[in-house]
Design a protein around this ligand. Structure first.
Ligand code: SF4
Length: 367
C-alpha cells in the first residue's frame, strides 16, 4: 500500500463521519445517498434519506412508485430531475438487470442520472471496484496536492486527478460492502475535503494527514487556498414573474409544470411572465377563466437557480367561481398542497405566505 493510502486510511479510521448510508452501504443505499448529496449539504440530506427509504425501501418499490410520490419525497431538495432520473433508472434496473443494481462503473454509467462520479462512488463503495470517485472535493484536493494551476473544470483536469488518485489507491481490496479499501479511500478523500482541505476558507493543513505529500503546502505555505483555479462563471440570467395565489374557500390553485425543462413535472402556483401591474394582472386572470372578487398585492420574492434568477411579484386573488369553460388549474386544499403536490422551493416565498394565512384563519376559527 502506498504511504499516502496508509496515512489517509489511518486518519479515516479515526475521523470518519458517521452517516446513515455508511452503516449499510448496499448498492441502493449508496446510489440514493450519492444522488441526494449532489449539490446538497450532508445535514440537509439525512432527513430526506430516511423518509425516502421508509416509503421506497428498495429498487422495486422505487420503480413501481408514482412520479408524484417521488417528487413529494424530494420536495425542498431541489434539482428535481435527479429523482425523475432515479425512478427511470430503477425501472431500467428492473427490466434490464432483473432488479439487481449492476456492479461495475461501466454498466452503472449507462443508467439515467448516473455520471462518472456517481458510477465510481457506487462501484467502489458498494462493490469494491478500484476506481477513484472524482468530484469537486477530489479535484480541489488534487489541485493542491499536485499544484495543478490550470482551470480545474476541464476534462483534462478530471482525467489527471483520476489517474493520480488511482495510482495512490491500495493495491489489494475488492471486497463488497462496508470497509473495503477502495470505498474507504474515496470516502476518506470526501471527508478530508469536507473537514480539512476546505474550499473557501484556508484549509486546515496542520491537521491534514497527507500534508507531507502536498506540493502547495510545502512550496507555498500559507497560499494553499489560492488553488484550485476556477474561472469566474457566467452571469445569471434574470427573469421576472407574477405569481397568483388564486383562492376560493379553503382551496388554492396549483398547476403541473410541463414534463420537460426547468422544474419539469412539479407543481406551481399559476404565474405569468413579467411583473404585471394590477390592470395587466386582471386581464391575465380573465384570460385564464378567473373572475376575481378581490385582488391585492402580496409579497415579492426571489429565487436563485444555478444559471438563472427569478424575481417575483405576488397577488392574492379571491374568487367565488370560475367562469364558463375549462378550469385551467387544480383547486387544492391545504392538506393536498402539503401532502400530495410537490411545489418546489422556488415558490417557497408564496408557500410560506399561504401557510401563514391558513394558520391565521384556523387560529381565528378556534378563538
Ligand atoms: Fe489540503 Fe493543506 Fe492537506 Fe494540502 S496540506 S491537502 S492544502 S489540507
Amino acid at each position: 500500500m502506498s504511504k499516502f493510502s496508509e496515512e489517509l486510511l489511518n486518519w479515516y479510521r479515526e475521523n470518519r463521519r458517521v452517516l446513515p448510508w455508511r452503516e449499510d452501504p448496499s448498492p441502493y443505499h449508496v446510489w440514493l445517498s450519492e444522488i441526494m448529496l449532489q449539490q446538497t449539504r450532508v445535514e440537509a440530506v439525512k432527513g430526506y434519506y430516511a423518509r425516502f427509504l421508509e416509503t421506497l425501501p428498495d429498487v422495486a418499490s422505487l420503480a413501481g412508485a408514482q412520479e408524484d410520490t417521488c417528487l413529494k419525497l424530494w420536495e425542498g431538495l431541489g434539482y428535481y430531475s435527479r429523482v425523475m432520473n432515479l425512478r427511470k433508472a430503477a425501472c431500467e434496473v428492473m427490466e434490464k438487470y432483473g432488479g439487481e443494481i449492476p456492479g461495475t462503473s461501466a454498466e452503472l454509467i449507462s443508467l439515467p442520472g448516473i455520471g462518472q462520479y456517481t458510477a465510481a462512488a457506487i462501484a467502489s463503495i458498494a462493490y469494491g471496484e478500484r476506481i477513484p470517485a472524482v468530484d469537486g472535493n477530489l479535484l480541489r484536493i488534487y489541485s493542491r496536492l499536485e499544484m495543478y494551476e490550470d482551470n480545474i473544470r476541464t476534462p483534462a483536469a478530471q482525467k489527471a486527478a483520476s489517474e493520480y488518485f488511482k495510482d495512490l489507491m491500495p493495491e489489494n481490496g475488492g471486497e463488497r460492502g462496508a470497509d473495503n479499501p477502495y470505498g474507504n479511500f474515496n470516502q476518506a478523500l470526501m471527508d478530508l475535503g469536507s473537514a480539512v482541505c476546505l474550499p473557501n476558507s484556508a484549509p486546515d493543513c496542520e491537521n491534514c494527514p497527507v500534508s507531507m505529500f502536498c506540493r502547495i503546502h510545502r512550496e507555498k505555505t500559507g497560499a494553499e487556498a489560492e488553488l484550485p483555479n476556477i474561472p469566474a462563471g457566467k452571469e445569471k440570467k434574470t427573469e421576472h414573474l407574477t405569481v397568483f395565489l388564486i383562492r376560493s374557500g379553503e382551496k388554492t390553485a396549483v398547476k403541473k409544470r410541463p414534463a420537460r425543462g426547468l422544474l419539469a413535472g412539479l407543481y406551481e402556483f399559476p404565474n405569468a411572465q413579467g411583473e404585471l401591474e394590477m390592470e395587466e394582472a386582471l386581464k391575465w386572470l380573465r384570460a385564464h377563466s378567473v373572475e376575481p372578487v378581490r385582488i391585492r398585492r402580496i409579497c415579492d420574492a426571489e429565487h436563485v437557480f444555478t444559471h438563472r434568477k427569478w424575481i417575483m411579484r405576488g397577488y392574492e386573488v379571491m374568487t367565488d367561481s370560475f367562469s364558463e369553460g375549462e378550469i385551467p388549474f387544480i383547486m387544492a386544499d391545504p392538506e393536498e398542497i402539503a401532502g400530495r403536490y410537490c411545489i418546489p422551493s422556488a415558490f417557497g416565498g408564496y408557500t410560506g405566505w399561504l401557510n401563514r394565512q391558513i394558520y391565521r384563519i384556523n387560529s381565528e376559527k378556534q378563538e
